[in-house]
Ligand binder design. Sequence first.
Ligand code: AMP
Length: 423
Amino acid sequence: MTTHSVPRGTKDILPSEIPYWHLIESTARNLFDLYNYQEIRTPIFEHAELFEQGIGQGTDIVEKEMYTFTDKGDRRLTLRPEGTAPIVRAVIQHPELIHHQNAKLYYCGPMFRYERPQSGRYRQFHQVGVEYIGESNPEADIEIISMAYRFFEALGLEKLTVNVNSIGDEISRPVINEAIRQFLGNTKWLEKELCPRCLPRFNQNPLRILDCKNEVCNQYLSGMPDIKTLQSAACKDHFHSVIDGLKRLKIPFKVNPFLVRGLDYYTRTTFEIISDNLGAQNAICGGGRYDNLIKKMGGKSTPAIGFAFGIERIILALQAQKKVIKNTHSLIFIAPIGYTYYSQGMQMLDTLRRSGFKSEMDYAQKNDLKSQLKTANKLKATFVIILGEEEALKNTIIVKNMKTGIQTEIPSKTMVKYLQAQT
Ligand code: AMP
């Protein structure tokens, strides 16, 4: 018989890793609630055109990474590769999401990209993302960047760098693109020197050459004037206000003039948070402003800014700093000595669980105490409740503290009260 394994680039998230997931998800939910953001859940697949139009045709995601299929009704659908385009679709489809011209939303869920798998890069991965829709002022950028930083701070993540830049608006973009072309100069040598990904970018979208990871491309860009000097006064003012605001909130950051990010929809502020505890895939969070996207997708012209972080990479970063996260609820184990006491044990289990105690009993009908204590030890139970003949006659139970080894006999009906006082 053939055995099966998960598809390449995906993985099972096993119970031992789940406490990390719960911690990250609950930290995010609690923090985002404090900033007054609301959760939204959109479908896992959408019409392919949504991403083609939203993310942009020339991008890596749309060109080669989408899981697109045709359903039985001949619709072209795509497993979502990112969360912003679906949120924009939802905001346009449900105008009531906008209160006082603002929608402050967050999402959490799986994303799908056909990428080359490696540590920290998967084909199914999970993002938590935030979108602040409707505000063009720099205070929104400050809130979004500081919220992302405060989230990582709350998780206790160390060795982080926040990189911030501005890539200008639609007016400055052609000027910037032309300046990059001029700086790189003669196309004849470019054909030999630039990497195969940057060569088409030279004509189509030179801005993207700035964040190429290839060393040769980087070398040719060294000495390139900061693209912020080519931006309009309004863009420059906006950026300075963002920087000043981050300083006032004491968010540590670096201005990185080469940070442009891979999605087409960004305008003005872009940012990325890098963990020095990870290898090649060291970006744990990315975001930026996208003031033109909502109009481009058929909505009213509405400014917006957001970010997304990858849960898998955060777990890798937490594990790299040896942060162990476990399920901390203590377990109570019920050990009936002999089958006669099983039904009483089942009733006690029910009482314990209804009183909020995590508890369990071995149904394998092991009648001797020794083997049951062994099981309790393996399960890391904190207390074992022993139900034996002698005790049953007196309506008592024995509670064994597994840490100290001390056994205490108590009336059965005081079990919950006793355990509440102990834990
Ligand atoms: P992006 O949507 O590309 O801006 O990515 C935002 C964040 O999602 C990144 O900083 C990563 O933490 C995470 N991420 C993106 N792609 C992947 C992937 N293929 N596997 C795991 N995490 C990813």
